[in-house]
Design a protein around this ligand. Structure first.
Ligand code: GDP
Length: 304
């Protein structure tokens, strides 16, 4: 939890400072207070729709509890942020969904540069630490260097990597990786995929084909389709989420580089507008810098 908090320091410093200033400036909770708060939240990339919803909720709560003093607002804002994050889901599925027995297949999708390969390495490490036998599939045959980069991670975390040459058919790589994982009796296969969004239609067709192979070869798979998004790209991350979720069933989001932005509010926007759980967050470049996302810890961490 401490790691989670320190990884969020940029967002926290910026957000907490502004909020403290706000409370100091407006002692009473009035229309000006809300206007300023709205501005702060939008600047933190919480997203316009989510901010509007939050402000409405806050106004109702202020009325209901007859709150006058702005110093009481931090607690109310935290409560409401957590409530909005979870929405109607009483039980959020934060951890990975894996097969009860046999091979689990996890498909990792996302645009180049968001941290897909790094996330695969971090996830592999995490699964290995849980005693699982992990195989990596080098399904990004398009980007130069992608296969080598995955191999480096494979060596680092001691997981075998199944690859073909650059430019080959990703579906064939995934097929081979599944056979290899099965014959090894592996527990989890993590599949890298290409992320060239310049040719959206081709990419989506390619992902669909890869998915069909996985579905055909492993009943119940893919057990997760994780979309990797870069928190530092703000509203761009949200539009990538929309693009991918239109053509693939994204089951969870990994939000990387949260350590590199003061605009961590994007977590709220993604969860609220996409209705897809943020399963993990990346808080640095090291193999251990991947944390399960916990909205409660996140929100309260911002005010800590
Ligand atoms: P890919 O093209 O999506 O596979 O992206 P990479 O995995 O190669 O990552 C791109 C860059 O982002 C690399 O320099 C990574 O070290 C860096 N990176 C990935 N995740 C994180 C993170 O959570 N925090 C920080 N600060 N950097 C990250």
């Amino acid at each position: 939890a401490d790691k989670f908090i320190s990884g969020l320091s940029k967002t926290r410093d910026s957000f907490a400072e502004k909020l403290n200033d706000l409370v100091a400036q407006y002692r009473t909770v009035d229309e000006d207070f809300f206007e300023e708060l709205e501005e702060i939240l939008i600047t933190a990339d919480v997203g316009v729709n989510t901010v509007m919803e939050l402000i409405d909720e806050l106004k109702m709560e202020v009325k209901r509890r007859n709150i006058k003093d702005s110093s009481e607002m931090k607690e109310v804002i935290s409560e409401k942020l957590v409530e909005i994050y979870y929405g109607d889901d009483t039980e959020e599925m934060e951890e990975l969904q894996l097969a009860e027995e046999g091979l689990s297949v996890i498909l990792i999708v996302g645009v180049n540069g968001v941290g897909k390969t790094t996330t695969i390495g971090k996830l592999a490490k995490r699964l290995k630490d849980q005693g699982k036998n992990v195989v990596l599939a080098a399904g990004d045959t398009f980007r130069a260097g992608a296969i080598d980069q995955l191999e480096v991670w494979g060596e680092r975390v001691n997981a075998s990597v199944i690859k073909h040459s650059e430019g080959s058919d990703p579906a064939a790589v995934i097929y081979d990786a599944i056979q290899s994982a099965k014959s090894k009796g592996a527990d989890v296969l993590l599949c890298d995929t290409a992320g060239r969004l310049q040719n959206k239609v081709n990419l989506m067709n390619e992902l669909a084909k890869v998915k069909r192979i996985i579905e055909r070869e492993v009943p119940g798979a893919p057990h997760e389709t994780l979309l990797v998004l870069d928190a530092t790209t703000g509203q761009n991350a949200l539009s990538q989420a929309k693009t991918f979720s239109q053509s693939t069933d994204v089951s969870g989001i990994v939000l990387t580089k949260l350590d590199g932005t003061a605009k961590g509010g994007i977590v709220m926007a993604i969860r609220n507008e996409m209705d897809i759980p943020v399963k993990f967050v990346g808080l640095g470049e090291k193999v251990t810098d991947l944390q399960s996302f916990d909205a409660h810890a996140f929100v309260y961490g911002l005010f800590a």
